[in-house]
Unconditional design. Structure first.
Length: 427
């Protein structure tokens, strides 16, 4: 469920017509719904309430300070994956005790900052990393709490570029050798193995991988406790899928059904790191048609959002629903099925101004006839949209607006050309 809806044939975010936001702030523009963010966070909190989980919002999905602060104010901790994300989490007011730090390449400097801020856990991904954490902690006279991030070697479950729990990817410790590894650090004065971590991949549209993951985790927790490790927490990562096409995603309760019993059995604190589930459908990308053209037997809609604003279609061939912000009276608002052949529509490629053939938001998509100046909404753009944006082709990053009922706040201004060159040094 989200709070984007067509009222009198005009797209609204909560109470505000999206066209008014585009008029005021320009395009391309990310528009977020505060009510949707909260609704999705609450769904996860409710589904897992029985085991009182720590929900660490995965800020790689959308690290806007205002948005992260909103999550923190509503009970979330943060999942970070770099010093930069740690900086954001702390700046957004997140207590170090609610921050977990994943990633295969943590530097000594990042480890030090994390220890200075007494983060809850490092999710450790290699022996080298564990030793580095131990050394930094020793130099600081501290003991670091770590969770072993394990690659559970499950069957493929999502896109090859985002599946993190199949054999042969860079993530996690090999499940076959993790016990030998853990034995080496039992009783270590500067690293305490206190938990297990697993992030299965993203986005996942079935509960089955979580069932299998938890099953493997329980066996391991038992064995690691046998070696003297505390194993207080089980972190099942993020990965809960969302509706990109229609109603294909599961409710949070479906994941809770397979995770909660295992957590109770293990007597662990549950940690989750959802990102997309919370923010994905809480954001749309609004763009304006610049030109249309026909070439090589194809119809192109050239609009002002590009792969530098939303790279998911280019990178993963991802499907995002797209529809005019104010469709003509003869058109549905919105269509029941965005992939159907809707009478009166035209098959087109929705492309941006970037100089790459891979710069598109949709291919071969049935859309109402469009003309210069029309506004389009690309839905489900709240996660991994702005977060993966770039300045490629000298394009400034889009602005971001947060809507709360009939109020809208600019939470990131559009970049300027001056911003583009600011870090460069004149020599
Ligand atoms: N925890 C860890 C350790 C992760 O690596 C990730 C995502 C998450 C949590 C959050 O997963 P989520 O709940 O958002 O599914 N750029 C890709 C997705 C990459 C996911 C990276 N890791 C996309 O746009 O689909």
């Amino acid at each position: 469920m989200d709070h984007f809806s067509y009222k009198n044939r005009v797209l609204h975010c909560e109470e505000i017509p999206v066209a008014a936001l585009a008029e005021k702030h320009g395009t391309p523009l990310f528009v977020y719904s505060r009510a949707t963010l909260l609704h999705h966070l609450r769904q996860i909190q409710q589904a897992f309430i029985e085991v009182e989980p720590l929900i660490c919002f995965s800020i790689k999905t959308n690290g806007n300070l205002h948005l992260v602060r909103f999550m923190v104010e509503h009970g979330a901790g943060c999942d970070v994956t770099s010093g930069g994300e740690l900086y954001r989490a702390l700046k957004a007011g997140c207590n170090g005790g609610k921050i977990v730090f994943a990633g295969v390449g943590k530097t000594d400097a990042e480890i030090r900052t994390a220890l200075e801020n007494d983060i809850l856990l490092f999710n450790v991904e290699s022996e080298g990393e564990l030793m580095a954490i131990a050394e930094v902690a020793k130099a600081m006279g501290k003991a670091a709490n770590v969770a072993l991030r394990v690659n559970p070697d499950l069957p493929p479950k999502t896109h090859i570029k985002t599946d993190t729990s199949v054999k042969g990817v860079k993530f996690g410790l090999d499940i076959d050798t993790v016990q030998e590894f853990a034995l080496k650090v039992a009783g270590h004065p500067h690293v305490k193995v206190v938990g297990l971590h697993m992030h299965l991949g993203s986005p996942i549209l079935s509960a089955e991988p979580y069932r299998q993951g938890v099953e493997k985790a329980l066996i391991l927790i038992d064995k690691l406790r046998g070696q003297g490790h505390r194993m207080d927490s089980l972190n099942m990562g993020g990965g809960f899928g969302i509706h990109y096409r229609k109603q294909e995603a599961l409710p949070a309760s479906a994941f809770a059904e397979v995770i909660v019993p295992g957590v109770k059995k293990a007597g662990c604190k549950l940690i989750l790191e959802p990102g997309r589930f919370i923010v994905g459908n809480a954001g749309v990308l609004v763009s304006r048609v610049i030109y249309t053209k026909d070439s090589g037997g194809k119809h192109f809609v050239i609009q002002d959002a590009a792969m530098n604003d939303l790279i998911r279609p280019t990178l993963y061939d991802s499907f995002h629903r797209i529809w005019p912000v104010a469709p003509a009276a003869t058109m549905p608002a919105p269509p029941a099925d965005y992939e159907a052949d809707i009478p009166g529509t035209v098959k087109c490629d929705v492309v941006g101004p970037v100089c790459e053939s891979g710069d598109f938001l949709a291919k071969n998509r049935a859309l109402p006839p469009l003309k210069r100046g029309d506004l389009l909404a690309t839905f489900s753009a709240g996660a991994y949209g702005m977060a993966m944006s770039s300045n490629y082709n000298g394009r400034v990053r889009a602005a971001e607006v947060m809507v709360d009922g009939s109020d809208a706040k600019l939470i990131r201004r559009r970049e300027t050309y001056e911003d583009l060159v600011r870090p460069e040094v004149e020599v």
